[in-house]
Ligand binder design. Structure first.
Ligand code: ZN
Ligand code: ZN
Ligand code: ZN
Length: 182
């Protein structure tokens, strides 16, 4: 088992001070690079605890999603994890792997993009998550709060609605792309 560094960036922490403007990778990319190993180790541990298998294709899909800070579509993902020079993985296999990863809470599916993003926070399936999707750098931030969870449950309850996915997608510009000309 690999020993992981403690989580430097805590979820919900808005102190993104180390961000440069214009130069180099954006904070989203840096965050994913810094936390991917830890998130993968968590996924492995959870699979062991739940008696589930992180099969090679599931693991490859999860690794590939963690390697990108932007949401990735299923076909694009198939290209990325198919063996070089070999046959492209069948869409059904990719979708099965993605379904598993979403079910276990390792990956989120962004309906508006029809694409997948690896979760750095270990959100449970019953969590209400707000996604802040940046149209400029493509980065996605996730946040959740008890107040939002309460508000969303109240809405669902009023309508006697049984939610299966509870996510709020907010599209716009992240803190470092706000000043960038369109
Ligand atoms: Zn970014
Ligand atoms: Zn998440
Ligand atoms: Zn941005």
């Amino acid at each position: 088992m690999t020993k992981m560094q403690p989580n430097a960036h805590h979820h919900g922490d808005h102190d993104h001070t180390s961000h440069g403007h214009g130069e180099g990778p954006c904070r989203h990319a840096t965050d994913h690079r810094a936390q991917a190993a830890q998130a993968l180790a968590r996924a492995e541990r959870i699979c062991r605890e739940r008696g589930l298998r992180l099969t090679p294709i599931r693991r490859k899909a999860l690794e590939a999603l963690h390697a990108d800070h932007r949401p990735v579509g299923a076909y694009d993902l198939a290209d990325r994890i198919s063996p070089a020079g070999g046959r492209r993985l069948a869409p059904i296999s990719i979708y099965r792997a993605l379904d598993f990863l979403v079910e276990q809470g390792f990956v989120h599916r962004l309906s508006s993009r029809n694409a997948y993003v690896a979760c750095l926070h270990g959100h449970g399936a019953d969590e209400v998550v707000a996604f802040l999707i940046c149209e400029v750098c493509g980065g996605v931030d996730e946040d959740s709060s008890p107040a939002m969870k309460k508000a969303v449950s109240a809405i669902a309850e009023t309508r006697q609605f049984a939610p299966s996915h509870q996510m709020v997608e907010i599209v716009g510009r992240c803190e470092h792309c706000r000043g960038v000309a369109p």
